[in-house]
Design a protein around this ligand. Structure first.
Ligand code: FE2
Length: 249
């Protein structure tokens, strides 16, 4: 870890740490206790919230997985669960503003969710969607287009992790041409997800295709990876680019 990672990425570490406080808001995390593969209990949630506050964030929009069969969370219950967490956090002296959205997995049952209106947005109708890590879902473009026609503003979670498009970069370009926002994971700029993910992240940044940053915090190892990424010149470049809009949420 540390210096070795930077050598491996052929980067010279920054002489200072990037200040995540300028982002104001984190828009991707898994901090509602016990409902997905994120924080397993309230104590863990509070401790992760404390870490995020320590990193400089003022607000988190936490985004539990909604993924049929694996995490069949009912989006109608999320506000109630968030209210609970907000109260516990405030009682524990945590000053973060806490809201809830969801990270919707696009799978075969997704069309039904659109029809049933079971989608949880954040901000002004923004919808965070993720794709499978092994292959793009069948009919993806139609699904995304349908969502846009229905008024949703799409945010694609961690595009740099969809390695099946590494050699088919035009797929990213065509999503951008449709106005889809890309949310990169900060820890992808360490080697947490490996060199191929780092390389794809770099290419997306170099092509000015990233508008949002997310911590995607599930557990403390993620916090450690984010702390390591604070020395990344690429993260610095991205934040300095003026393309990042986290603070509007
Ligand atoms: Fe996530």
């Amino acid at each position: 870890m540390g210096l070795f990672d930077f050598l491996h990425r052929k980067e010279k570490p920054l002489g200072h740490e990037v200040d995540l406080g300028v982002l104001h808001t984190d828009i991707h995390s898994h901090l509602i206790p016990g409902i997905d593969d994120g924080a397993r209990d309230l104590q863990t949630s509070l401790s992760l919230l404390r870490e995020l506050e320590g990193l400089g964030y003022r607000k988190v929009i936490t985004t539990p997985h909604v993924k049929s069969e694996v995490f069949p969370n009912d989006v109608r219950k999320l506000d109630l669960l968030c209210r609970d967490l907000r109260k516990h956090a405030s009682d524990a002296g945590i000053g973060l503003d806490i809201e809830v959205g969801a990270e919707h997995f696009i799978d075969d049952s997704f069309g039904q969710r659109i029809e049933d209106g079971e989608l949880k947005t954040f901000g002004d109708n923004y919808l965070l969607v993720e794709l499978p890590f092994y292959a793009a879902p069948f009919g993806l473009e139609e699904i995304l287009f349908d969502l846009q026609i229905n008024g949703y503003r799409l945010v694609l979670a961690h595009p740099e992790r969809y390695l099946y498009w590494t050699d088919d970069f035009s797929k990213f370009t065509s999503l951008k041409d449709r106005g889809i926002l890309f949310q990169m994971n900060i820890m992808s700029l360490s080697l947490y997800f490996g060199k191929p993910v780092f390389d794809l992240a770099k290419k997306l940044i170099d092509n000015n295709m990233v508008e949002l940053l997310g911590s995607d915090t599930h557990h403390h190892k993620h916090i450690e990876a984010i702390k390591e990424a604070l020395h990344s010149p690429l993260l610095d470049k991205l934040i300095q680019s003026g393309n990042i809009i986290n603070s509007k949420f």
